[in-house]
Write a protein that binds this ligand. Structure first.
Ligand code: PAF
Length: 300
């Protein structure tokens, strides 16, 4: 495994890989890796000759009041996880290299589809998805991967990136990988480390609400209001969870779903103390707790 820090060196590496006809898969991350990132690397390894994992805490996707400075970092641990998963390349640039014209108005940015970013996380994190789209575009431009892998926990992010790739005709295929969960259902996130033991205990209610809503959605006569009110009731049982949004949307357009007949996703964001957590469930997909059981090799 080689750690590449300089974008100029990345150019040489990618030219050589292309000359040798190697298929390149990219796993973009902000570091502090967990088993969810491990699953993305595994998926890339299965499909590609060469896998590059990028580690870059991207300042432009954090709002002024957000956790950029305290975002968890542990490069040594990340490198050993990546090595153990068999990826060949790790790209760890610094901010001045990725933003040669600065991170403010002086720099070129990518503005993703307004329709996809005006609700859910986009409503509460203005500029966030522009920051994501900008850095992902730069990483794609530099490494020119044929495939790139993103986790479905950030379901709106995957919709935004897929649309960006389609609209800007980027020659990369986006692959999505199911959310990896703790045994009690909590979706893995680098931000889970912020939770106190008491908050961690209460955080179980988030996937519990997704599970309860999923079960209601399986009934033949279920309508959106049943699903949403079930999840809302389930979240309300944990008094420290402060709901930011709970929405039932179409998986592709992210518009509110009028019924449960199409691909609908229930998405939620909550505050638990100073930590913001998100989760979602595709109502026609696998239930959150079934996903945990499958991941741990148990039968439901
Ligand atoms: O999902 C993340 O970790 C980040 O948003 C990403 C895609 C690496 C861009 O900084």
């Amino acid at each position: 495994m080689e750690v590449v820090r300089d974008p100029k060196h990345a150019r040489n590496v990618i030219s050589d890989l292309q000359r040798r006809g190697r298929t390149v898969g990219m796993v973009p991350t902000m570091g502090f890796l967990h088993a969810g990132h491990g699953a993305l690397i595994d998926a890339a390894e299965e499909e590609c000759d060469e896998v590059v994992v990028t580690i870059f805490v991207n300042p432009t996707q954090f709002g002024p009041q957000e956790d950029l400075t305290r975002y968890p970092r542990d490069l040594e641990r990340d490198l050993s996880l990546i090595e153990s998963r068999g990826a060949q390349w790790v790209f760890v640039p610094d901010v001045s290299q990725m933003y040669p014209s600065g991170t403010e108005e002086t720099s070129t940015i990518v503005v993703p589809s307004r329709r996809l970013t005006e609700r859910l996380c986009g409503e509460f994190r203005p500029g966030h998805f522009s920051g994501v789209a900008t850095i992902v575009t730069k990483l794609f431009a530099l490494w020119q991967p044929q495939f790139a892998y993103f986790g479905l926990k950030d379901f709106q992010q995957t919709a935004v990136i897929k649309a960006m790739v389609r609209d800007l005709m980027m020659p990369v295929e986006i692959r999505t990988v199911a959310t990896i969960r703790e045994p009690d259902g909590l979706a893995l996130s680098s931000r889970n480390v912020y939770l106190s033991p008491a908050e961690r205990h209460q955080a179980r209610a988030i996937s519990g609400a997704m599970q309860a809503a999923w079960e209601v959605a399986q009934r033949a006569d279920a309508v959106p209001v049943d699903v949403i009110s079930t999840a809302r009731r389930s979240l309300a049982a944990s008094p420290d969870l402060v709901l930011q949004y709970l929405e039932l949307v179409d998986e592709e357009t992210l518009e509110p779903a009028p019924d449960l007949s199409r691909s609908t996703v229930l998405a939620v964001a909550v505050w638990l103390g100073a930590t913001r957590l998100i989760d979602n469930v595709a109502l026609r997909g696998t239930a959150p707790l079934a996903a945990v059981l499958q991941a741990h090799g148990e039968s439901p």
